[in-house]
Design a protein around this ligand. Structure first.
Ligand SMILES: NC(=O)c1ccc[n+]([C@@H]2O[C@H](COP(=O)([O-])OP(=O)(O)OC[C@H]3O[C@@H](n4cnc5c(N)ncnc54)[C@H](OP(=O)(O)O)[C@@H]3O)[C@@H](O)[C@H]2O)c1
Length: 281
């Protein structure tokens, strides 16, 4: 499995295996996300490590809060395991998300994530969404100060344009960008190219792609039959082969899906398969 190294000035490098895990589906019972089965969630998290994952993405809003809690329960003290989390996107229901970039709110989010993850410093802390109601430099100033204080190591953005990356760089070094991207949705192609140019991580969320992939199910099925790889494996292997800065974080609450997805790290797609997948979007 190939690796990627996060780099920021005056911060220790962090090298991760490029196929990570997204913990949005790792939450507790009676809350908005899935699954309701905590024992299973813990098993999935522990299994990620056994399968070679050392990069896990979460957010304070997943659960909310319980994803971070369960990561700590399953994996703390995180030996050789790197946890990325996010702040700045609040929730008022399962599908009601509101950016809040009030700097005092972001400061408090950081303190609570540190506490839930049981760490003194967060490996990669991401601004989940830029909030247009507050000056960008005020929002980023919170992260810059936290980095200087050692409370965060690397800093990342989520759902941003090329222009916003450059604007943010005036206040803090951007070590990664997390945007929607998969076989069926390439709207962030320009951002991916910019990340390659800057040699910063590109974390495609929704990497397996849910409905946008099932819309492509017939095309994927033809390739799947020929290659013997599942739809999810084709999607993940294609991402990994697409760019050396690509860090997919497939999410699942299922042990069998996790095992299946992780096999994508050792798949090499031939040129014909790559060009067929390229042509799908
Ligand atoms: N930055 C952002 O704004 C943002 C937004 C959304 C997500 N994210 C991050 O991105 C991560 C991944 O995104 P995502 O969970 O939305 O999308 P995803 O990883 O592309 O897809 C997850 C969905 O696919 C299913 N799945 C997983 N493996 C499968 C397999 N082998 N076969 C069939 N179905 C499979 C999962 O269900 P099962 O549980 O049944 O496997 C789940 O419904 C999240 O965990 C989160 O960390 C970030």
């Amino acid at each position: 499995m190939t690796t990627f190294t996060f780099k920021s000035p005056n911060v220790q490098d962090i090298t991760v295996n490029r196929l990570g895990f997204g913990a949005m589906r790792i939450t507790g019972p009676g809350i908005w996300d899935y699954p309701a089965d905590i024992d299973n969630a813990i098993k999935v998290l522990k299994r990620t490590k056994e399968l070679g994952v050392n990069f896990i993405d979460t957010a304070d809003s997943y659960g909310p809060e319980t994803s971070e809690d369960l990561i700590a329960r399953a994996l703390h003290p995180y030996k050789d395991m790197f946890i990325a989390t996010k702040a700045g996107l609040t929730r008022q229901g399962p599908d009601v998300w509101t950016p809040v970039g009030n700097p005092n709110y972001l400061k408090q989010c950081l303190e609570l994530s540190l506490r839930r993850l049981k760490v003194d410093s967060i490996d990669l802390y991401q601004l989940h969404r830029i909030d247009g109601n507050y000056p960008l430099e005020d929002q980023l100033g919170v992260f810059k100060t936290a980095q200087e204080e050692g409370k965060i190591k690397h800093f990342g953005l989520s759902e941003v344009s090329v222009e916003q990356i450059h604007e943010a760089e005036k206040t803090i070094h951007v070590a990664s960008v997390q945007n929607l991207y998969n076989v069926g949705n390439r709207q962030s192609e320009e951002v991916l190219k910019e990340c390659e140019k800057l040699n910063i991580g590109f974390i495609p969320w929704f990497p397996i792609g849910g409905r946008s992939i099932s819309d492509m199910a017939d095309q994927l099925e033809t390739i799947s039959k020929r290659t013997g790889h599942t739809h999810a494996q084709l999607s993940l292997a294609w991402l990994l082969q697409k760019s050396p800065v690509m860090l997919p974080i497939p999410g699942t609450s299922s042990l069998s899906h996790l095992e299946e997805n992780m096999k994508a790290a050792s798949i090499t797609l031939d040129a014909q398969t790559v060009s067929e997948l390229d042509a799908i979007a």
